[in-house]
Design a protein around this ligand. Structure first.
Ligand code: WTA
Length: 574
C-alpha cells in the first residue's frame, strides 16, 4: 500500500505544466497523506514512534538512520540504534518524573546525544525545546523562564550560561560528556543512559498534543514560543516526499541547526518519517568541510540556505573541482531570498537547479516551493503546494490581483500550523486578525502563473544569514550597557549575509564616543545575548528619532542608513 501511496503522491506533483498543476491541486486531499501513519488505524500518536520505532517494527531497523560527524567524531546509527538510545533517555526522564506536556529543553551543539535526547523527550510525550548553542545567559534565561522548562540537556561548556538560581521550574539538568556531577541538580547524562533500559512503551498522544517549542523573533517584545503539535508530522512527511523528493536510497543532508525550525522539521522529522539516511555535520561552516561532507557521505539531497550558497559561490569553482559532488540529485534553499544569480551559478557549478522554498517557524513546514517536476523561475519562491492556499491580501483581508504587492497570507489552517504562542494568546491572535488567513509578516506579489515573489518584511524583523532576529531583543540588551542611553536596531543590506545588524546608539552623559566603546558594546551584546544577534555596525548619535510616546522610529533610522526620504514624520517627538 505504501508503494502505491507513494506513487500517488508523486503523480500528484510530477506534472510540469500549469494546467496539470491546477488539476493536481484539485485532486489533492490531506486524508490520503494521513493514511500513511500507523495512528490512522490505531488512534495512538507519537512522532518518535512514526519517525523511528516504526521502521524497526516494520523490518527496517538495520538501515542507517544517522551519519554523524564533526572534527573529532564519526559515527553511524541505524534506526534500531536510535530507537534504543531514545528509549534510554525516555526512561531516564520518566525516572525523574518528567511526563506528558512538560517542557524539556536542549542546549548544546550538534552531536548524536542531541538527537537521542530530542527523540527521548518526544517518547515520554514531553515538549522539546531546542536552543541554539550560541545563545548567552540572557537569551537562555528568557526562553527557559517563559517556557517553564523542568529539565534541560546541556554540555559542561554551556553550563555557565544557565542562571539556575533564577529558574525555579528547572529541576533537572543532564550534562552530556562531563563525567560524574557532584553538584546537586546536575545529572550525568552518560551514566544515566548506561543504567537505563533500552526499550519502552512510548506515551500515546493525540494529534493535538505538544511536539516542540521554537522561540522566534517578532519586531516587538521578547521572543515568542511557537508551539507545535504532533499533527505537524502529516506535512513533514508529505513535503519530505514532494519537495525534498526523498527516495528509499537517498542520503540527505540538511545543514540547519535544530535550534532553528529548519533543523527540526527538515533536519529530523521529514527525513526520518520517510525512513531516509540523514547526515548531520557538526562544527562550523567552511567550503572545504561542506564539500567533503557531500563527497564522503555521497549526499544526494541537500537542503541549505542562501548565505551558505553565496559563501560557497565566493569560495570559487576551484574548491568545487577538488571534490566529487556527482552524488547530488536535488538541492534546496530556505530562510532568505535566494538571488537568481545564485540559482544560475548553482546550475553551472553543481549541475543542479537550487530549489527555493518558503515557510516560517510559525508555519512548521514548507508552504510555497519550487519542487521537482515544476519549472523553476529563478528569484521566485515557487508556488503553493497542493493542499495549501496562498494569496496576497491587503490590510483589510481583500485578495489582490496578480502583480499587486501586499501581505503574503495563507488560508488557515494546514496540518503543521503552530497551535499557539506559549503564554501569549494575544500574540497568536495577531497572526489571524484577518478572518480566515494567517498573515505572515512578509510582503510579496504573485505573478500570472501563480508564482510568488518575495519583497521584504512588513515589520522590523531582521534576517541575517538566514537567522531571524528581533530588534527589540537586541535593543533591550544594548540599553543594559551602562554607557547606552537609547538604542535603535535595524537590518542593513549586505551582499553576503542578506542583512547585518546595525545599531544606532545615543550615549549617556559622561561617555565618550570612541571606537573602543563601540567594540565594548559589541562584545557586551555578543557575550550577553548571542554572537548572531550582536550588531556588526554601531553608529553613535546625539539623539534617536522617537514618537511622542517615546518609541524609537526604526523606519527613520533605516531611511537615514539607506539615504531614503524619511516619509511621514508627523508622529515624531520634535
Ligand atoms: C524569510 C525559516 C525569502 C521570511 C524556515 C520569513 C524567506 C522568515 C524564504 C522566516 C525564502 C524564509 N525567500 N525569504 N525562500 N524563506 N524567508 O521563522 O522573511 O526563521 O518570514 O523560518 O524568513 O524565518 P524563520
Amino acid at each position: 500500500m505504501s508503494q502505491a501511496h507513494n506513487e500517488m503522491l508523486q503523480t500528484v506533483v510530477s506534472e510540469s505544466n500549469l494546467g496539470d498543476y491546477t488539476e493536481a491541486r484539485s485532486r489533492f486531499d490531506w486524508e490520503t497523506v494521513e493514511r500513511h501513519f500507523t495512528w490512522h488505524a490505531s488512534g495512538k500518536v507519537n512522532m518518535a514512534h512514526e519517525a523511528i520505532d516504526r521502521h524497526v517494527l516494520e523490518g527496517r531497523g538495520g538501515k542507517t538512520a544517522l551519519l554523524y560527524s564533526d572534527a573529532s567524531r564519526e559515527e553511524a546509527y541505524t534506526f534500531a540504534d536510535l530507537s534504543e538510545q531514545s528509549s534510554r533517555f525516555g526512561n531516564v526522564l520518566r525516572k525523574y518524573g518528567v511526563a506528558k506536556g512538560d517542557r524539556v529543553f536542549i542546549f548544546m551543539p550538534r552531536s548524536p546525544e542531541l538527537y537521542f535526547s530530542l527523540l527521548g523527550i518526544l517518547k515520554v510525550g514531553a515538549v522539546a525545546g531546542p536552543l541554539f548553542e550560541a545563545f548567552m545567559e540572557t537569551a537562555v534565561k528568557d526562553r527557559l523562564e517563559d517556557s517553564g522548562a523542568v529539565a534541560l540537556v546541556t554540555t559542561p561548556e554551556l553550563l555557565g550560561r544557565i542562571k539556575r538560581s533564577e529558574l525555579p521550574d528547572l529541576k533537572h539538568i543532564f550534562v552530556v560528556g562531563g563525567g560524574p556531577q557532584s553538584d546537586a541538580g546536575l545529572l550525568d547524562f552518560d551514566a544515566e543512559m548506561a543504567a537505563a533500559a533500552d526499550d519502552m512503551e512510548v506515551e500515546w498522544l493525540t494529534r493535538e498534543d505538544g511536539l516542540l517549542i521554537h522561540y522566534t523573533s517578532g519586531s516587538t517584545g521578547k521572543p515568542k514560543g511557537v508551539y507545535h503539535v504532533q499533527n505537524a508530522m502529516i506535512q513533514h512527511y508529505y513535503t519530505g516526499k514532494v519537495v525534498l523528493d526523498l527516495r528509499e536510497n537517498d542520503v540527505y543532508w540538511c545543514t540547519a541547526d535544530p535550534g532553528w525550525v529548519t533543523g527540526t522539521s527538515y533536519g529530523i522529522f521529514a527525513p526520518w518519517l520517510n525512513g531516509v539516511t540523514n547526515v548531520i555535520r557538526g562544527g562550523r561552516f567552511s567550503p572545504q568541510d561542506w564539500y567533503s561532507t557531500i563527497e564522503k557521505n555521497k549526499v544526494s539531497v541537500w537542503y541549505s540556505a542562501p548565505t551558505a550558497f553565496r559563501m560557497l559561490m565566493g569560495a570559487g569553482d576551484e574548491t568545487i573541482a577538488q571534490h566529487d559532488l556527482s552524488s547530488l540529485r536535488h538541492v534546496m534553499s530556505v530562510g532568505e531570498p535566494l538571488n537568481p544569480e545564485v540559482v544560475r551559478w548553482g546550475w553551472k557549478a553543481y549541475g543542479q537547479r537550487i530549489h527555493d522554498t518558503w515557510w516560517m517557524t510559525e508555519t512548521g513546514a514548507q508552504l510555497i516551493c519550487n519542487y521537482p517536476g515544476m519549472p523553476i523561475k529563478p528569484g521566485s519562491m515557487g508556488r503553493p503546494l497542493p493542499g495549501i492556499e496562498a494569496a496576497i491580501i491587503d490590510d483589510r483581508g481583500q485578495v489582490l490581483p496578480p502583480y499587486s504587492m501586499g501581505n503574503l497570507a495563507i488560508r488557515a489552517p494546514w496540518p503543521s500550523m503552530m497551535a499557539k504562542i506559549w503564554n501569549n494568546p494575544a500574540k497568536y491572535e495577531e497572526y489571524f486578525r484577518l478572518t480566515g488567513w494567517y498573515v505572515s509578516g512578509d510582503s510579496a506579489y504573485m505573478d500570472e502563473d501563480g508564482y510568488f515573489w518575495f519583497q521584504g518584511r512588513i515589520d522590523d524583523v531582521i534576517n541575517s544569514s538566514g537567522e531571524r532576529i528581533g530588534p527589540f531583543e537586541v535593543e533591550s540588551k544594548l540599553v543594559e550597557h551602562p554607557a547606552v542611553a537609547e538604542a535603535g536596531v535595524i537590518g542593513k543590506p549586505d551582499v553576503t549575509r542578506g542583512e547585518i545588524i546595525k545599531a544606532f546608539v545615543a550615549l549617556r552623559e559622561g561617555y565618550e564616543a570612541t571606537p573602543e566603546l563601540k567594540e565594548e558594546i559589541y562584545r557586551f551584546v555578543k557575550e550577553g545575548l548571542s554572537a548572531h544577534a550582536a550588531p556588526r555596525e554601531i553608529e553613535f548619535k546625539e539623539k534617536l528619532p522617537k514618537t511622542r510616546s517615546g518609541k524609537i522610529m526604526r523606519r527613520v533610522l533605516k531611511a537615514w542608513e539607506l539615504d531614503l526620504p524619511t516619509g511621514d514624520l508627523s508622529t515624531i517627538e520634535d
